[in-house]
Design a protein around this ligand. Structure first.
Ligand SMILES: NC(=O)c1ccc[n+]([C@@H]2O[C@H](COP(=O)([O-])OP(=O)(O)OC[C@H]3O[C@@H](n4cnc5c(N)ncnc54)[C@H](OP(=O)(O)O)[C@@H]3O)[C@@H](O)[C@H]2O)c1
Length: 269
């Protein structure tokens, strides 16, 4: 990864931190994103102290304006970007609405990665780059209600999360079909007791922590998609950790994927 630049959202904790440390160790320059630059600063310092290269960027992912402005700033600064890892996501216990009027799971897990990817397409294409989107096995349980994408009726955290991951998988496949100059894949990284579970009951958090993989273990298949030569050129696939799997029916239906892309593009304006 020497000489390559990686943008990683949700870098300060959980799986993101492990991805950042390992890709930096492999020689990449890491643009580490968090809610604020201060929140990512300790990670950036850690990378630099170990002899790596990193910079911090801070912005809220639930704001369309903030994400767009940050992406444009990055595009101006970096003519070439080798890897974009859309890692950040939320599992939101109660239905909340962003300042833009979108249900927050939809805003953070779908709209933000969509904007970042679209705004950074040129530098990614200049590097024949890779887009790696964090999906989940939960996407298989996702359903799309085209008339109520943001759960104005009958919100439950798991429904919103599943739909967001299904949507991101659909958008990944649409992007891969549309853009030949880059690769775009999505994956389930494994399950680990990270901050994602902070809204879960304490006893579930305990069992998750006890039984599941380490964040490092979940980071490994993501690092592979971002950097390994054996997946160079592989695009439009869903991986269950290290293996290609058939995704949800809707993510294989290109008409549905294109329709979803149009809907999401309309949402972000
Ligand atoms: N952990 C699992 O078992 C598992 C399983 C399948 C898929 N995944 C996927 O793997 C990815 C990484 O998850 P993780 O387990 O590492 O979760 P995590 O520890 O909760 O990390 C998520 C990151 O996203 C950031 N983030 C959330 N909302 C944000 C916002 N509005 N603005 C800016 N940053 C925001 C968080 O920042 P704060 O800490 O400041 O909130 C955090 O750094 C996610 O896409 C998740 O869906 C995880």
């Amino acid at each position: 990864m020497k000489g390559k630049t990686v943008i990683l959202t949700g870098a300060p904790g959980g799986i993101g931190r492990c991805i950042a440390l390992e890709l930096a160790k492999q020689g990449a320059h890491i643009i580490a994103h968090g809610r604020s630059a201060d929140k990512v600063a300790p990670l950036v310092d850690e990378i630099k102290k170990a002899g790596g290269s990193a910079e911090a960027v801070g912005f809220e992912l639930d704001s369309i304006k903030a994400v767009r402005e940050a992406a444009r700033g990055l595009r101006e600064k970096h003519v070439k970007l080798d890897v974009l890892i859309n890692n950040a996501a939320i599992w939101n216990g109660t239905r909340q609405v962003s300042a833009d009027g979108f249900e927050k799971t939809w805003a953070v897990n779908v709209l933000a990665p969509f904007i970042l990817t679209e705004e950074l397409l040129e530098p990614l294409k200049a590097a024949r780059g890779r887009v790696v989107n964090l999906s989940s096995n939960e996407h298989y349980l996702g359903r799309v209600n085209w008339d109520d994408l943001q759960f104005e009726k009958g919100y439950a955290a798991r429904y919103a999360y599943r739909r967001s991951k299904l949507t991101l998988t659909m958008l990944t496949n649409e992007l891969a079909a549309r853009e030949g100059g880059i690769t775009a894949n999505s994956l389930h990284p494994g399950v680990s007791g990270t901050g994602l579970f902070r809204n879960f009951p304490k006893f579930i958090q305990f069992w998750t922590w006890l039984l599941m993989r380490t964040p490092e273990g979940c980071a490994a298949p993501i690092i592979r998609l971002a950097s390994a030569s054996d997946v160079e050129g592989t695009t439009g696939k869903f991986f269950r950790r290290f293996n290609i799997r058939r995704p949800h029916r809707l993510a294989r239906d290109m008409d549905a994927c294109k329709r979803m892309r149009d809907v999401v593009a309309k949402h972000v304006g």
